[in-house]
Write a protein that binds this ligand. Sequence first.
Ligand SMILES: [Zn+2]
Length: 199
Amino acid sequence: MPAEHRRAFLCAASSPGGGSSHRLWYDEGMDGVVLVLNQNYEPLNVCNLPRAFRLVFGARAEVLEYDHQVIRTPRAEYRAPAVIRLQDLIRRPRPRVKLSRREIFIRDGYTCQYCGRQSSDLTLDHVVPRHRGGGHTWDNLVAACKTCNHRKGGKLLEEARLRLARRPVEPRCDIYSVFTPYLRDEHNESWRTYLFLGH
Ligand SMILES: [Zn+2]
């Protein structure tokens, strides 16, 4: 992940709050990122070390894994966390895949949902045609080859005597694509267990 993207992500991931009493030594030369898990162990976001320390010292998170660094202050030494888990469950809206032509094709495996042919020359078909009340939505859009799209025209499935290969639904957002780039850094190796938990 390019540095500027990483920074942007860190900014987006961190939220206001947390004490400021540790700030004296926090921001000096601390390197590294920390995986934040929700209370139910779901990967939530990535934060920087100062933020992670604030969460841990504020008893808002527990440390599950430590990394290689030891942070020294005049009075004490602290092992830097690599993975932390929040004490309270954060409820947040489910991340969603943005509806687009390309995402529909990916969901449908670049395969016509009527005849099953794979093609790089696909069209988008509204299962229930728009002029008959069909929406421009995940559950009403499918990939269709030109032949099938033409055959279907403005008709309903029954009228065109066509059947769908499978019911179109909204795909799940792959939140793991956000975290996996961090695994390229060997310092984050301990994240792996938690990212693929239950996968
Ligand atoms: Zn077809």
